[in-house]
Design a protein around this ligand. Structure first.
Ligand SMILES: Cc1ncc(COP(=O)(O)O)c(C=O)c1O
Length: 439
């Protein structure tokens, strides 16, 4: 393998420009929360392959399960001839999803596919066509998922038209002055001005916005969404592709709210590094589509199913949910300490181990510090820490270190984060020179 520099040049010549490159680093080897590039440089991975590696890179138990599956069968297409790991995984997810049940599950490959299928199922089940999602949300890059996504640049720009009958409402955001009432007033207005509620199949939301900036839905908001959906016969879809699979200290983030959705989408850390997604929901809703209406050649691939079953075993054997709570607390405390030291950190957010900081110019939340955030992630990388930004203005840094990471690695990563902050952010406690009073 060549050096990062030569690989950047080959990438630029060979790979479509639309695939962005956050870090000009090419990984040759990975282990739990550490990665090494072709030049032998070691990095601490606080990005986790964008929320895919809650159980770390190449978890031993996941690899053992994958190797065993490789020696049995790697593909049949589940619609043609079945295999047991697909069924075993559906059974386990049905039992884990919040709600009274009984549940049923569909397995797919990517998060966007899970979203596409959740909408197909909601439409088939309700006989309605419209869907509502939230501004700033992210649901994937296929056409319906993009239509639901609430951020134009870079995801949607130039790619329309998108499927019709998708509407956006504001997502409550205390830091930016959007209240839960604002959001519900806007839904009420939508039902008056754009679409009758009895034409709405589903409302799709992220309990914690992922790409959109790690804004956490309040309990009040989620309870009111559930009540609205029940009153109007609308299905509630929780997109847990980023927040699910243990990241918040629960299998599903919605468990924090004591509220059940009708349909859940999962992906990312479910497969422990192998491509797999799932749509889990109430059996009568999930069974609305006729035979042949759902599926995909690679959907629910046996090797990915074996990996996911091992991931679920690791969750219990290694008490991943409790560890996520402890990890999130530790990271949260370190980020709070940084925020006390540095003016530009305008908010520290956390649900379980979904931790983030938001940066605003001069400490003003209304002046998103996107350039500073870019400099921050670049400097952290130079120091040996892979960080990931997010947010509608690109001014949020989220932390997705594997939940299995050892304390010393997490501490080392946090120290590098703190060093980047001291170099790039202002000191909140620096004494401001006072003007001499006029005589
Ligand atoms: C909440 C959410 N939904 C959907 C997706 C799309 O998943 P994928 O990239 O696997 O298609 C993502 C990816 O980041 C996500 O965070």
């Amino acid at each position: 393998m060549g050096s990062n520099e030569s690989l950047v040049a080959r990438r630029q010549a060979a790979v479509a420009r639309g695939v962005s490159m956050m870090h000009p680093v090419f990984i040759e080897r990975a282990d739990n929360a550490l990665v090494w590039d072709g030049d032998g440089r070691r990095y601490i991975d606080f990005a986790g392959g964008i929320a895919v590696l809650n159980t770390g890179h190449r978890h031993r138990r996941v690899l053992e399960a994958v190797r065993a599956q490789l020696d049995k069968v790697t593909h049949t297409c589940f619609q043609i001839t079945g295999y047991e790991p697909y069924i075993a995984l559906c059974e386990r997810l049905n039992a884990l999803a919040p709600g009274p049940g009984p549940n049923k599950t569909l397995l797919m490959t990517t998060g966007a596919e899970a979203i596409e299928n959740a909408i197909k199922i909601a439409r088939a089940s309700t006989g309605r066509s419209a869907v509502i999602s939230f501004a700033g949300g992210f649901h994937g890059r296929t056409m319906m998922a993009l239509a639901l996504t609430g951020k134009v640049d870079p995801y949607k720009a130039g790619f329309g038209p998108f499927p019709a009958e998708v509407y956006h409402a504001p997502f409550p955001n205390a830091l930016h002055g959007v209240t839960v009432d604002d959001s519900f007033d806007s839904l009420a207005m939508l039902f008056k001005s754009d679409i009758a509620p009895d034409r709405v199949a589903a409302i799709v939301f992220e309990p914690v916005k992922g790409e959109g900036g790690y804004y956490i839905a309040s309990k009040d908001f989620v309870l009111r969404l559930r009540e609205l959906c029940d009153r109007l016969g609308i299905l509630l879809i929780a997109d847990e592709i980023q927040s699910g699979a243990g990241r918040t200290g629960r299998m599903f983030a919605l468990e924090h709210y004591g509220v059940a959705a009708d349909i859940y989408t999962l992906a990312k850390s479910l497969g422990g590094g192998f491509p797999l997604s799932a749509v889990v929901g109430r059996a009568e809703v999930m069974d609305a589509c006729g035979p042949g209406g759902l599926g995909g050649t690679y959907a629910g691939n046996p090797v990915a199913c074996a990996a996911a079953l091992a991931v679920l075993d690791v969750f219990t054997q290694e008490r991943i949910f409790e560890r996520a709570d402890r990890l999130g607390e530790k990271i949260g405390a370190a980020l709070e300490a940084l925020a006390a030291r540095h003016t530009e950190i305008v908010e520290v957010r956390r649900l379980g181990a979904m931790n983030a900081i938001e940066l605003g110019e001069g400490g003003d939340p209304q002046r998103p510090a996107a350039d500073l955030t870019k400099k921050f992630t670049a400097r952290a990388r130079e120091l040996g820490l892979i960080l990931l930004s997010c947010g509608i203005y690109g001014n949020v840094i989220r932390i997705l270190v594997p939940i299995t990471a050892g304390d010393s690695i997490v501490d080392e990563g946090l120290a590098l984060l703190s060093q980047a902050a001291s170099e790039l952010l202002s000191d909140a406690n620096a004494t401001v020179p006072r003007l001499r009073p006029a005589r």
